[in-house]
Ligand binder design. Sequence first.
Ligand SMILES: NC(=O)c1ccc[n+]([C@@H]2O[C@H](COP(=O)([O-])OP(=O)(O)OC[C@H]3O[C@@H](n4cnc5c(N)ncnc54)[C@H](O)[C@@H]3O)[C@@H](O)[C@H]2O)c1
Length: 332
Amino acid sequence: MSGRHVLIIGAGSVGRRHARNLASLGCRVSAMDPRAERGAGLAAETPAIATFTDLDAALAAPGLDAVAVCSPTAFHVDQAIASLRAGLPVLLEKPVARDLAAARRLADVVDETGLPLLLGYTWRWWPPLADLRRRLADGVVGRPRHVDFIMSAHLADWHPGEPLAEFFMSSAELGGGALLDESHWIDLMLWLFGMPTALSASVETISDLEITSDDNVDMQLVYPDGLRVRIHLDLYGRPHRKEIRFIGENGTVLWSEAPNRIAVAHGMTADWRATDFDCERNDMFMGVARAFLTLLDGDAAPACTLADGLNVMRLIEAARQSHAEGRRVALT
Ligand SMILES: NC(=O)c1ccc[n+]([C@@H]2O[C@H](COP(=O)([O-])OP(=O)(O)OC[C@H]3O[C@@H](n4cnc5c(N)ncnc54)[C@H](O)[C@@H]3O)[C@@H](O)[C@H]2O)c1
């Protein structure tokens, strides 16, 4: 598993994190970022074989085993395609693309090359959520009837010290915004319940943040077996909240990031039985890094596939359509 040489494309926040984690698992890393100081910043933290500001030069470097695409979302598809065409397996940060058509272009190249691609919807590797998924499958609250997902986090807190105008999240063109970037929660819904049959959504910019991307998303999703889901995503909320509430036929289960907890209650009163966890944010990124190295060893199928990412993109596209046309959209 150790000793693999991974090229990190995009040496920003998540690129530096993947570099640190992969190095801690015995990998060697190189980095590519058009901003030379970003590559240098990564190398100052994690010794790098080489740093590049040009993608073609980086992909032509000798001895590469794999690539991690950690650039702004608008570049994911072209850079993943270039990496696959260079014969390199890819760890692709979420979301796959800005739109479904671009994501499908990548799917064609994955099919054509047959190379492994792991998609980084990292919350799938968050131990309490894996625990929750097992409990739901075991019927902890009976059949879920209503589920409420909330992700609320003020964008100005994400990269303190970096002007918002320079952060890709503020730019619709670069693939920022709540709908694309917080699509973790759409992925988790699909991971837990599969594809819904219809959705209605609003996708808006309603805060005073100076951004061209969206900062408020409300989605309502319909499942055929009497399950209803709401997803709220925003970029203006303080304190930050990441929570899911599942109301089932026999009780309610709550998951929250802070406190790091699952709580279950079955009776009429709020008599919660809580389980607290002590995992830390980086644990899920370590989970992804380990899964990627296992995939490179040929030992497992990807735990989060491009097909999963395409399903998220289908819902993102349907949400945009629903908002634009002011109506519920069927997902056929
Ligand atoms: N899985 C997760 O939980 C998670 C967490 C954070 C970010 N992400 C995803 O990772 C991506 C990057 O996010 P971030 O927070 O690290 O952003 P960031 O702004 O911190 O880093 C992006 C880096 O990419 C560089 N860049 C710009 N144009 C580029 C290009 N053409 N080629 C290569 N690099 C380029 C920028 O200079 C910057 O250093 C986004 O798609 C985001 O959604 C995922």
